[in-house]
Design a protein around this ligand. Structure first.
Ligand code: HPA
Length: 283
């Protein structure tokens, strides 16, 4: 098991020193959803490349380059949203890019170290449920992590993974009911469903999507679940919002591309931002 506090002691010490406040809520922004940070009242922004030993997209001598994916510039923003102090992570490191899973959960570790107990994880996802349309938003009722159970166990340890009932309140019931209330008050059609984690890096085949549909998956994406699992093991309350950027392979005949993902997410960003802001003000 990785000792996260030891491995990331320099990063944690730097952020604790630089943080202007104790955040009430942490937000991790998914592909194409970065404009949310711009619409917040920013007090301080830190480029992740200026944080000593923060994982970067620079290749190590003997490794192929990890690629920072378009739509994921690396920033940590400290912002005010209504009466709340929030920390916003803009630019995710993905497991499929070749990073260690322990690097991918840094936003959760940092937020918890700063004393934050609420985290909103957002992502772009492919729609499997035929009632969804690209541009729709989905609130996760549950998620699937079977594809990375082994890596997760290495990351957080067997005892945390075995903790009784640990995922019965992850995502958090209280958080989800706030999101549903907020969506209703704004007239936003917020779907509920199950988020399925795919390791990537390629999109799925139509046969894989058909299988996932039969297993009860409503949306598929390549992030978030390891963040949710670690946050839950650290007793944080978690909400997961997906922007359905495309219909998954085979559900629609349209060819998938990362450009389409970011374009649709950008189009949905106004709706996404007002939902998040309303939920944050109620929490
Ligand atoms: N599959 C996996 N991940 C994704 C998709 C998809 O269709 N869309 C956005 N992220």
């Amino acid at each position: 098991m990785v000792n996260l506090n030891l491995k990331y002691q320099d990063i944690l010490a730097y952020i604790i020193k630089e943080s202007p406040f104790t955040p009430d809520i942490a937000i991790v922004l998914g592909s194409g959803l970065g404009t949310f940070a711009e619409s917040s009242d920013k007090i301080k922004s830190i480029r992740t490349s200026q944080i000593p030993s923060y994982p970067s997209s620079q290749p190590k001598a003997d490794e192929p380059p990890a690629q920072t994916i378009e739509g994921h510039s690396g920033y940590i923003h400290f912002s005010k949203i209504g009466n709340k102090q929030v920390i916003i992570f803009q630019g995710r490191l993905h497991f499929y890019e070749g990073y260690d899973l322990s690097d991918c959960i840094l936003p959760v570790l940092i937020s918890k170290k700063l004393g934050c107990n609420f985290i909103i994880l957002t992502n772009a996802a492919g729609g499997i449920n035929k009632n969804f349309t690209p541009g729709d938003l989905m609130l996760s009722e549950s998620f699937n992590s079977i594809n990375i159970k082994k890596e997760l166990t290495n990351l957080i340890g067997i005892s945390s993974f075995n903790a009784k009932n640990s995922f019965l309140n992850c995502p958090s019931e209280k958080f989800n009911s706030i999101f549903k209330k907020s969506a209703a008050s704004l007239g936003i059609n917020l779907h509920s469903g199950n988020y399925w984690y795919g390791k990537g890096p390629s999109y799925e085949t139509p046969a894989e999507v058909e299988m996932l549909k039969r297993f009860g998956a409503d949306a598929i994406g390549m992030s978030t679940v390891h963040e949710a699992v670690l946050a839950s093991s650290l007793n944080m309350e978690v909400a997961i919002i997906s922007c359905i950027t495309n219909m998954a392979a085979g559900i629609s005949k349209q060819k998938l591309s990362h450009d389409e993902v970011t374009l649709t997410a950008n189009k949905a960003s106004e709706k996404f931002s007002s939902l998040l802001k309303t939920a944050i003000s109620i929490l």
